[in-house]
Design a protein around this ligand. Sequence first.
Ligand code: 5GP
Length: 201
Amino acid sequence: MRLLEERIQKEGKALSESVLKVDSFINHQVDPEFMEMLGKDFAEHFKDFGITKVFTIESSGIAPAMMVAKYLHVPMVILKKQTSKILNGNVYQTRITSFTKGTSYELTLFSDYISPDDRILLIDDFLANGEAATGASRLVEQSGAKLAGIGILIEKSFQNGRKRLEDAGYYVYSQARVSRLDAGVIEFLPEDEPTVAAQSE
Ligand code: 5GP
């Protein structure tokens, strides 16, 4: 999506070959009108997927996910990051290890907010190695519901998250696909290109 790519190019900072900082409009300060525009784009993209709920992972996915849910006219559910396991039968939990931060947490969903006939759209800010999205898919499957689609603002296509999710049978739509990062350099894949990882196979 050209407007997102332009904004990343203008305000994003490549901290290394693998980490992109977009604190001025997504991760720290949030631009609500821009989030609304991204939310509308996701809602348009997924309008025929029969989505019944939008899921996101706290905290940076909440702003765009809220807008998607508004335009799809469905509830939004925030998957919580707990530091330790909750020992009661009313939650689904799965452990996620974050390679970027070197931490792990229990992704947690209260069972009241999902049912087996739900069709879930997962929205997240970044897709890197697919740890968070794969964990969310485990929670959805534990409940018997279907993960009908995954919407990502910024996919780092040189990492293997998309391949991992597609190999597991999930549909992924990313609004911006970064092909390379380096000090002062941010490059994008042309729209509709296969991933860098897939190209090198
Ligand atoms: P994954 O689980 O796909 O390996 O990583 C995705 C999660 O890690 C995202 O939810 C995001 O919070 C964080 N993340 C991964 N790469 C980046 C990055 O380059 N910049 C920022 N700001 N967050 C990232």
